[in-house]
Write a protein that binds this ligand. Structure first.
Ligand SMILES: [Fe+2]
Ligand SMILES: [Fe+2]
Length: 265
């Protein structure tokens, strides 16, 4: 089957892009299962209940997240919704869960997990080591299904590459999120695990990672003293990775980067 992993939705431009283009991409590529990272969907930071209600209308089975998911405390109860994941290795005591077994419309089970990296990351000292957790949970889920996806929300390429190799042959895909810049290193590792260091961003790319360039520049010029910023608006793209998986073995058979803009329509 074909599986689509959609990169971090950023602000209103990202939400509009997902609403406008996701249904067509799913039809065009005969996608049977879709995961969407929504950690930046509300103004570029986190998710509010209103934004969650809006995005629940998307044709996606699972919403994954990352460090920004703790931005709005009001989201609390939404983290217990079955379609919503936050990093499995989140600090102790946080609401929500980091993995689940879902089903395609035709009933095929798919395991999905969300983890956060620890190198140059927020709250890194509060996060459990994602590597042993990843292997234990994937092995547990493999008792139910060989089709397993990991959204690994991490900053550095080395930590993401290491996770890909660590789960090679155990997961169908390890996709990186968080840096908002799509990497051109999609591949299928020798054991059959689809891998990309970063899916990119579903949002305004005439920006610095989604924020207005002038705001980001001011932050650097002031050595971080000026931290106010607004989401950018232009250069909107929906980005992600399309993965073809063998349903009986869970092995990836093909990968294709998605970089969809208005000019593709
Ligand atoms: Fe993000
Ligand atoms: Fe992030």
């Amino acid at each position: 089957m074909n599986i689509l992993c959609v990169a971090d939705i950023f602000g209103r431009p990202g939400r509009q892009a997902a609403k406008a283009w996701l249904p067509g991409l799913i039809r065009e590529h005969a996608v049977e299962f879709t995961i969407v990272n929504w950690e930046n969907a509300a103004g570029g930071r986190g998710v509010t209940p209103e934004v969650a209600d809006e995005l629940f209308e998307l044709p996606a089975e699972v919403f994954t997240s990352g460090n920004h998911i703790w931005q709005h405390q009001s989201l609390g109860p939404y983290l217990d919704r079955p379609r919503v994941l936050r990093p499995h290795n989140a600090p102790v005591g946080r609401p929500g869960r980091g993995f689940g077994i879902y089903r395609t419309r035709s009933g095929i089970p798919v395991g999905v997990m969300n983890l956060q990296g620890r190198t140059f990351m927020y709250e890194e000292k509060l996060l459990a080591n994602p590597f042993p957790l990843a292997k234990a949970k994937v092995e547990e889920m493999r008792a139910t299904t060989p089709i397993i996806l990991l959204d690994f929300h991490a900053e550095v390429t080395s930590e993401k590459r290491a996770m890909g190799w660590w789960l090679d042959g155990l997961a169908s895909a390890v996709v990186g999120t968080h840096t908002h810049i799509q990497t051109a290193d999609e591949e299928i590792l020798p054991g059959g695990t689809a891998y990309i260091t970063d899916l990119g961003m579903t949002g305004p790319h005439a920006s610095v990672l989604g924020m207005r360039a002038q705001d980001a520049i001011k932050r650097f010029l002031t050595n971080g003293a000026e931290r106010r910023w607004k989401p950018a608006e232009d250069g909107v793209r929906l980005e992600g990775l399309l993965i073809t998986v063998d349903n009986s073995t869970g092995r990836a058979q093909a990968v294709r980067r998605i970089k969809h803009s208005a000019s593709n329509v």
